[in-house]
Structures are given as C-alpha cells and as structure tokens.
Design a protein around this ligand. Sequence first.
Ligand SMILES: [Zn+2]
Length: 310
Amino acid sequence: MTSRNPLPHPCVRAALCALFLGAAGASFAADPVAADPVAVPPGADTAAQAPSEPAAPAATPGRPEVSPALMLRAAKLVYDRDVARARAANSIDETSDSSRRIHATAQRLIVQAIRVSPTVPWTLALTVENEAMPVAYCLPGGRIIASSALVDRMRLTDAELAAVLAHAMGHAIAGHDAEEAIVRLKRMPDGIAADPNRTVLNLAEILAQLVHKDPHTVDAERVADSISLDLLLRAGIDPHAAVEAWRKVARAGGTVPPSFLALNPTWSSRIDDLDAAIPAAIRAYQASLVAPPAPAAAPKEAKKRKPASG
Ligand SMILES: [Zn+2]
C-alpha cells in the first residue's frame, strides 16, 4: 500500500510557486512575457495576472541562478514552437464543440489557479490540437496544449475534463517542470550562459523534453492530484469527477509520449487514493474559506525525473 500525501494548503502551494518559479529573485512584472493581452480567441493567449507584484527574494551571491522571467520566456518559447508545429500541420482546432468545451473548462480553472498562485502571473494560453492521442500538458506559467481526443476519444464529461486539465495545471502550480528544468540546466556545461537569450534557449530545450517526453514521478503525480482536487472544489466542480476521469485515462491507454497517460504515469492504487483523498480535500478547502493563511512550509525536495527511455 502506498502512502498518500496530504493536500497542500493554498499558502504552501503559493510558496512552492514562489520557490520554483521565483527562486532567483527577478520580479515577474519586470518581464515582457508577463504582459500578454487580457482576452483573445481560442488558440491565442488569454493573460490573467496576479493582482499585485510580489517582492523579489534575494539571490544567492556569487551563484548563477535562473530568474522566473527567464523561465517564463522559455515556457512561452516552447509553447509558441508547439503552436507553430500544429499550425504547420493544419491541426489546430479552434472551432469544434470539443475545442470550445476544453477552452471553457480551462478558463474556469485558470481563475482558481490565479487565486492559489498569487505570486505567479498565470497566463491562459491554450491551444487545442485535433489529435487522436489524448494530450494535456501545462507549461510553467500556465500555457496549455491539449488535444481534442480528451473529448472525442475519451468521452470525458465537462467535470472529468476539468479534472484532467486541473491535474496538468497542478504540475505547473507545484513547479515540477520548472524545478526539474533548473536542475538539468545547472548540469549543462554553460547551461546558464552570459547571454540570457542563450539561457532561455537552453531552458526551452529542457522544458520541451520534460513536457513532451519525460514522465513525471509518482511523487509529483500525487502532488498534482492533490492540487487538482483543490482546483476543482474552488471551481465549483465535484472532485469525484477526478476518480472517473482517471479510470477513463487508464482505459484510453497511450504508453507513448506525448500521450497524457505516458507523461502522467498511474499506479495500481491511484483511483482508490484519489477517492480516499476527497473528504480531506473538501475539509481543507472549507477550512481555507474561513481560516487565516497558515505559515508557508518549505517544500520537500522532489525526487529527480528520469529521461524517457527510447
Ligand atoms: Zn501528472
């Protein structure tokens, strides 16, 4: 029997975001990436910024760091490349009912992502691809690529669709890819270059590998599951939808990246774990509505992800 992680308090998640995306200390608002437009049609960016500019934490003297601004630039670069690839393949779906449902659901969740991650300038930039394989990943800062197969093939209800998207967003809220990208960048010779544009290119290369090919760890999956339950509750969606959503994910299969299942590996007790976590998630959510913010806790060091084989 595997253990279950408790649902992180919203303030803990905010601290996680600040640590993983903001470790080096630059203000998000200082970066042009954060200044996206406010409302745009499907396939383009819909920006929604944190209400106030966070204070910049101090950088470690003498040690090269990766600013959150660079991370967001790298994430935007990966997203823009993915959109360009899909556009070249004529596979962007902006008009189908499935695409509209995915966009509407993501919009509903991004409002909540902003609330639980006030230090991150979340941007909803969602592109839906007309693709037979179920795909859903969320880059640091909130840009999402999803496929119409979530609806057309998996037959997810709106609530189940929300559960899948909330899980993908949970990884971004927890900073899983951002954290791992920084670890890998620091291992690269000249990964953090004198020219910040080169650093962004290096980061983008790593991020692309992470979101396209390398599965998350089970520990990261548990954290993303917990955050997804909280996002669903905050969006007024029955969190039990996550249980059925993961049943459908398992049935749909897809062991080859970038399928959702391949990049979000499941385990034998996941459905039971999710189901059992729901009462605690509801209690934590209800407590968050009335309780003052709890002191932020330092995150546990995540286990390192292994590159995908083959
Ligand atoms: Zn996952």
